[in-house]
Design a protein around this ligand. Structure first.
Ligand code: PEP
Length: 258
């Protein structure tokens, strides 16, 4: 049985110490005691120390949204995984489509970051997904296969089971257009079959695959009820404690009802 994981990706929408404290102090009591779901808040760098102090004795883990693949050096503006680790960050989002599209991150760069995250003992959440034009041209599976092969190049089976994959169709991110549970499940099954070929069936069965793309309180339950959807990466709806809690409770319910 895979434990669902819900990650709240605040992006650059909430990141001052004051707003971080305000949100988290409302959120913590709403999810207290939920241990069937891994809960992660991926906050901007400026919020991490504040967030860690507030979250450290709770069931909510801290994540960051990006890192560089070196520990130290002349890399102005970049963030070292060692720095993140030292301030209590446990999870790291890599390869988000906004990093790929706006900041031109390639699969090769993401692969380097991934290896560094693993060697720093950060838990990677690696995003993959197709653009709308690619889906419309029937290329979704080809794109996903390419991203899996390149992003996870030279990753061992032992390392792979520590990685969380987030399938995020880019046309569904921040657009209000969610993939239907059936569309998402089809790709999650496909991803698992690729992992099974690349590693083996047992490994493929252990890897958690989140869905991401306009998850909201009103669609979360149907998505999480699908067998191969192991929770979600949530952008917009993670900014408010009530909506994020509703989504976490939907993941919790999907476990209890099987
Ligand atoms: C995301 O940022 O990964 C995301 C899925 O955003 P949203 O939920 O807003 O579509």
């Amino acid at each position: 049985m895979r434990k669902p994981i819900i990650g709240g990706n605040w992006k650059m929408n909430r990141g001052t110490p004051i707003e971080t404290k305000e949100m988290l102090e409302k959120f913590i009591p709403l999810v207290v005691g939920i241990d069937t779901v891994d809960i992660v808040i991926a906050a901007p760098f400026t919020a991490l120390i504040t967030a860690y102090e507030i979250l450290k004795n709770t069931n909510i883990k801290l994540g960051a949204q990006n890192m560089y693949f070196e520990d130290k050096g002349a890399f102005t503006g970049e963030i070292s995984p060692e720095f993140l680790k030292e301030i209590g960050v446990e999870y790291i989002i890599l390869g988000h489509s906004e990093r790929r599209d706006i900041f031109k991150e390639t699969d090769a760069l993401i692969n380097k970051k991934l290896k560094k995250a693993l060697s720093t003992d950060l838990k990677p959440i690696v995003c993959i997904g197709e653009h709308l034009e690619e889906r419309e041209m029937g290329k979704t599976k080809e794109i996903i296969e390419h991203q899996i092969n390149e992003t996870f190049k030279d990753i061992s089976k032992e390392a792979m089971i520590k990685i969380i994959i987030a399938y995020e169709p880019i046309w569904a991110i921040g657009t209000g257009k969610t993939a239907t549970p059936e569309q998402a499940e089809e790709i999650h099954i496909f991803i698992r079959s690729l992992l099974s070929k690349k590693f083996d069936e047992e490994t493929a069965d252990l890897i958690r695959i989140q869905y991401g793309g306009s998850i909201k309180p009103n669609n979360a339950e149907d998505l999480f009820n699908k067998e191969n959807i192991d929770g979600g990466l949530v952008g917009g709806a993670s900014l408010e404690s009530d909506s994020l809690t509703h989504i976490i409770k939907a993941a919790d319910k999907s476990i209890k009802t099987g």
